[in-house]
Design a protein around this ligand. Sequence first.
Ligand code: 1SD
Ligand code: ZN
Length: 229
Amino acid sequence: MAAEWGYSPTNGPDVWARLFPQAGGARQSPVDICTSIASSDSNLEMKKLTFAYESQSDLRILNTGHGWKVEAPQSGSRLEGGPLGEDIYQLEQFHCHWGETSAEGSEHTVDGRAYAGELHLVHWNTTKYQSFAEAAQHPDGLAVLGVFFDVGNESNDEIEKIVSTLSEIKFKGQFTDIPDVIDPTTFLPSGLGYWTYLGSLTTPPCNECVIWIVYKEPITVTEEQVTYH
Ligand code: 1SD
Ligand code: ZN
């Protein structure tokens, strides 16, 4: 395999398991969500999934070489309920996946259909673990909220706060501060129905440590906001 993982035939997902054994496991993400076989679970409905985030300023945004990532550790945030049992999860970072064109880009697909992009809000289990790194070694360690991007005419104000910084971090390893205040709540769709399953990090080392919660309703962004690479 090429020195670094990527998405080409020689270093892409089909060969990741050679260097990252967990990538060959049985609960790998992303997946295609087959709506006809997804079932509703009354237990999940009884204990609602709830979230509480803080607004933050001067967040750092980084070019990871595979996209952008905003470091947003929030000790005052809480994600709980739904598939998370009795545990409380705290926001650590959020990042985005997108494609060459807006016809593709999301990691999860729904009945074979890709969306233009997918935002991931990554949380870790603070009830059971002492750090993000420790949590990522356990099957209930992380909870990631996935939000699909659909392309429309209306630009998304909160996403624009991120997009407007990207010209400053064109190259891998570059970072800058986001001047605007970000409230992660505003990234979420108004319809809060979701699909959930036990999966993994979608990138090496592909740890099987993620409770995935993927919102059914996409948020709308413009073509320019999702083809900014
Ligand atoms: O792809 C991200 C990766 O960049 C990193 O943020 C990791 C968490 O340490 O999470 C994966 S993902 O599964 O959230 N896509
Ligand atoms: Zn991701």
